[in-house]
Design a protein around this ligand. Sequence first.
Ligand code: ATP
Length: 240
Amino acid sequence: MNEPTALAVDDLYVSYGAISALRGISLNVPAGAIVTLIGGNGAGKTTTLQTLSGLVRAKSGRIHFLGEDITALAPHEIVARGLCHVPEGRMVFPQLTVDENLSMGAYLRKNAAAVAQTRDTVFTLFPRLKERLRQSAGTLSGGEQQMLAIGRALMSAPKFLMLDEPSLGIAPRLISTIFEKIVEINRSQGVAILLVEQNAKLALEISTHAYVLETGHIAMQGPSPTLRNDAQLKAAYLGG
Ligand code: ATP
């Protein structure tokens, strides 16, 4: 990995009261890369993303985004720098329409023409959202809500996307569509991606580098093709 680093996490510790959720994790995402963070239930994947987006505070350790120390910044300041989080469970606004949800994603942007252009890009990527503009988000299928959550994130014109379990609760035939779109966003827009996934097989297929998180620490890391063939990882996460 010789590309410049987009995101650098150094020795991050996070606790919830007496519970230690992250115990010294370090990871790097090069500019333009797709990196995945895999691990079982309760390993600390969601906590990692929430800490990177400023929703949870680190006890110690540093986070650098495009060379700037963002460890102490507020969530809106982090989004304004181009680091955007698509949370687990999508978290679309169920009472608002698809259109209104997309507009919420652009709330920090001032240039209306640029926002309209991004909206067109989102519709090219997810034509289904354009067909359902006036529908309330809560009535969309799980897969459509995931498209909307990603579309809403794109509306902020991110340089970097963090996706938490995009395959969770989605019909199998839509999972491959979502993953194809993730790759397309990365390739066509140069957006770097940190992908948290329980579906290790898929995550390792689309990423260049992977980290395996176990009970709050990085147990293994390496190029994704190497990890795909690792016997220990296969037994633990890839169904043997
Ligand atoms: P999953 O795949 O099940 O979502 P995860 O890898 O994303 O798991 P986290 O949700 O980050 O794991 O949780 C890491 C640890 O921190 C777990 O032991 C969890 O119980 C604990 N934890 C997470 N959020 C809180 C909280 N708000 N208060 C207390 N403990 C928490």
